[in-house]
Ligand binder design. Structure first.
Ligand SMILES: CC(C)(COP(=O)(O)OP(=O)(O)OC[C@H]1O[C@@H](n2cnc3c(N)ncnc32)[C@H](O)[C@@H]1OP(=O)(O)O)[C@@H](O)C(=O)NCCC(=O)NCCS
Length: 225
């Protein structure tokens, strides 16, 4: 029986600045992966169920992921992307306790697979958020809903101090998703791109626990609703 968390939405607000040194959480916690495996984690949002993908999703995943617009914005998605890639990806989601890779299933469409969202350790960060949504589903707020759900999961069940994310500097949609979730710009860098077989300029973002807590409290008290 998995954890089944019902999540309420939180709304993007101008967040108060955190006075803590930005890298405190990272230096204290980066090398300590979560000690709890929540293998059957299922998250629920108003329109999505987030759960571990299964092999039966592989063809649909391959169809949606085999898209230049997806591959060029992710760090390590093979392109072209076929059934074997999807099967390997799905099998790998069973791997470890420190990473959560969940499929996004749209309730309205009979719980069809529409993308993925993940939390994993990377670059000294304990939790790095990533996501993609199939092109037919862009522009409906689904990535934002999934990103909020995984952020809530990280700060709630996993007791994260911060969640990090990166996006290519050219990826305005992803930047907007992160802004809508309360993430703050944390500088530029270079990140790997399997699609371009090299490094590409990226923007870094972080959502600190104190800001996430403020956002949740503002929603509870009705501020900004
Ligand atoms: C980025 C991605 C996840 C967004 O998914 P989505 O479900 O369409 O996102 P949402 O609908 O929740 O939000 C998108 C926001 O970006 C805005 N947007 C779209 N294109 C944009 C652009 N070129 N520049 C700036 N903002 C843009 C939308 O208007 C929307 O903001 P709004 O709600 O204020 O109007 C999706 O396009 C995708 O999977 N892209 C390929 C993979 C990828 O980039 N993953 C992220 C890697 S960091």
């Amino acid at each position: 029986m998995g954890h089944h968390l019902s999540l309420f939405r939180f709304f993007p607000l101008v967040a108060a600045r955190d006075n803590e040194p930005e890298d405190r959480a990272m230096s204290e916690r980066a090398d300590t992966p979560p000690d709890r495996d929540l293998p059957g984690t299922i998250l629920e949002t108003p329109r999505l169920v987030l759960r571990r993908p299964v092999r039966a999703d592989a063809q649909r995943m391959a169809d949606l992921a085999n898209d230049v617009g997806v591959a060029e914005n992710l760090s390590n998605l093979p392109h072209p992307y076929g059934l074997d890639d999807a099967l390997a990806f799905i099998d790998n989601t069973e791997a470890g306790p420190a990473r959560w890779t969940l499929g996004l299933y749209l309730k309205d469409e009979g719980s069809r697979f529409v993308g993925t969202a993940s939390l994993m350790p990377r670059d000294g960060e304990r939790f790095v958020l990533g996501y993609w949504v199939g092109r037919p589903y862009w522009g409906r707020g689904l990535a934002t809903e999934a990103a909020q759900a995984l952020s809530d999961f990280a700060f709630g069940a996993l007791e994260a101090d911060a969640v990090a994310a990166t996006s290519r500097v050219t990826n305005g949609a992803s930047r907007r998703v992160l802004e809508k979730c309360g993430f703050q710009y944390a500088g530029q860098g270079m990140g790997p791109s399997l699609f371009y077989r090299g490094m590409v300029p990226i923007d870094r973002f972080r959502l600190e626990r104190s800001i996430w807590t403020s956002l949740k409290n503002w929603v509870k008290t009705g501020v900004g609703a």
